[in-house]
Design a protein around this ligand. Structure first.
Ligand SMILES: Cc1cc2nc3c(=O)[nH]c(=O)nc-3n(C[C@H](O)[C@H](O)[C@H](O)COP(=O)(O)O)c2cc1C
Length: 198
């Protein structure tokens, strides 16, 4: 990426970096940190996997009754962070968060392995559980409930889309004079772009 003459379209640029991250030996090149705040304004962060990316935003899937789900219900805004150490790159995305539509959530859920679909029912994500045995018992009971039938998407499970209100590209310099550019949307698919001091 030429940081002095950055491309006009950050979406195409991000896709290029996602693709180059896939070419590394990282086991989860689509892993990103998702930062949210809860109802009291307290921040929390965790890793999720990027499952979709286009002009509408960056998509991940989760349990909407989880801790992150509660935070996003109270404050539907998030920050996403990708860091690819072997490439000395990071991308930061910030924006408003919305639910993906039922069809999109259903389509993604249907493509998951049957075991993962059962486990989406079995796990009350972020809630206390007494032991591994208790977790496995919930899994067995859900496996029995859905024996011989398709496992539908749980109503509390689905996608989130983070709008692209700010996208920053960062490339490391060995002596800390890193390159950074930040894009903000200007409407009708155009972007303003600004180089930043490291
Ligand atoms: C590599 C990796 C990928 C993960 N992908 C997801 C994901 O796509 N969705 C998800 O809900 N949790 C994912 N997790 C688990 C989350 O980091 C987190 O533990 C979980 O979502 C509960 O977070 P919460 O209690 O803040 O809601 C992943 C964890 C790791 C380490």
């Amino acid at each position: 990426m030429d940081f002095d003459h950055p491309p006009a379209d950050p979406i195409a640029q991000a896709r290029l970096w996602f693709k180059e991250a896939e070419g590394t030996n990282l086991p989860n090149p689509n892993a990103m940190t998702l930062a949210t705040i809860d109802a009291d304004g307290r921040p929390s962060a965790r890793i999720v996997l990027l499952r979709g990316f286009d002009e509408r935003g960056a998509v991940f899937f989760s349990n909407r009754e989880s801790r992150k789900g509660g935070g996003l219900a109270a404050h539907p805004r998030a920050a996403l962070l990708f860091h690819w150490d072997p490439l000395d790159r990071q991308i930061r995305i910030e924006g408003a968060v919305s639910h993906t539509g039922d069809e999109e959530s259903d389509a993604y859920f249907a493509g998951r392995p049957r075991e993962s679909r059962i486990n989406a029912w079995a796990s009350s994500q972020s809630r206390p559980v007494a032991s591994r045995a208790a977790l496995e018992e919930m899994q067995r009971s859900m496996a029995a409930r859905f024996e011989g039938v398709e496992v539908p998407r749980p109503p509390h499970w689905g996608g989130y889309r983070v709008a692209l209100e700010r996208i920053e590209f960062w490339h490391g310099d060995p002596y800390r004079l890193h390159d950074r550019v930040v894009y903000t949307p200007q409407g009708s698919g155009t972007w303003s772009v600004q180089r930043l001091c490291p």
